[in-house]
Design a protein around this ligand. Structure first.
Ligand code: AMP
Length: 224
């Protein structure tokens, strides 16, 4: 049983790669961002969570740790799972590894590296189908008809935290709080597989990740 962790700044393609990996490996895609948005929609996220997310800051370790622990206890996560957007702080990483250690789970960290200017264009152009979750980008991956999902005709939406000002805050939060997680993993002898995800179409990047995972060579750098 293996835990796959998609790691990288906002807009690096974690969600897209996690979805591809999830259908390829038949293990669930667990996105803390999606789970939190769902809770906010249902108004059971807890006080201040919506505001924290809208400002591009991280919500408390305690909340996300509890959420992930509950989700990992569900039967579909027994054979493995893909974590997208978690862990994002050293405290979360410590919590996760402690729990996985008890279950004898092998951990694979995939680090997506993208230039910050590319990220800003990607994030501000991002649109999502609220019905089936299909992701588009008005610059790089537009739908056939502007604003409409190719698959089911639903009106596409932008996330409220995908504006440029909030993106800059989210990138800062990533640098400050999440980047140190990579060093912490290395200190635990979990060496991330690094993928240069700058200008690669998602499918090509996915192929590279798959190739590297079959080799399961820790510390592999996937060049363009
Ligand atoms: P994402 O969809 O992964 O970009 O997450 C959207 C927002 O949800 C982030 O900007 C945070 O406010 C919050 N969030 C998601 N995952 C975490 C996490 N692991 N720790 C703290 N906050 C999170």
């Amino acid at each position: 049983m293996r835990a796959f962790i998609l790691f990288g700044p906002p807009g690096s393609g974690k969600g897209t790669q996690a979805k591809l990996l999830s259908s390829c490996l038949s293990v669930p895609h667990i996105s803390t961002g999606d789970m939190l948005r769902e809770r906010v929609r249902k108004a059971n996220a807890g006080a201040g969570v919506a505001d924290t997310m809208a400002a591009g800051e991280l919500v408390s370790d305690e909340l996300v740790n509890r959420m992930v622990e509950e989700r990992l206890a569900e039967p579909d996560a027994r054979e493995g799972f893909i974590l997208d957007g978690y862990p994002r702080t050293v405290e979360q990483a410590r919590y996760l590894l402690e729990r996985l250690g008890k279950r004898g789970v092998g951990v694979v960290v995939i680090h997506l590296v993208v230039d910050y200017n590319v990220l800003i264009a990607r994030i501000t152009g991002r649109r999502e189908c609220p019905r089936d979750g299909t992701l588009y980008n008005i610059y790089f991956r537009p739908p056939r008809v502007p604003g409409i999902c190719d698959l089911d005709g639903t009106l596409l939406v932008a996330r409220p935290d995908d504006t440029e000002a909030v993106v800059r805050e989210r990138l800062e939060a990533y640098d400050r709080q999440s980047r140190p997680v990579l060093e912490w993993f290395e200190a635990q002898e979990i060496r991330p597989v690094t993928a240069d995800a700058d200008n690669l179409p998602p499918e090509a990047l996915f192929e590279r990740i798959c190739r590297a995972l079959k080799l399961t060579a820790p510390g592999t750098v996937l060049n363009r």
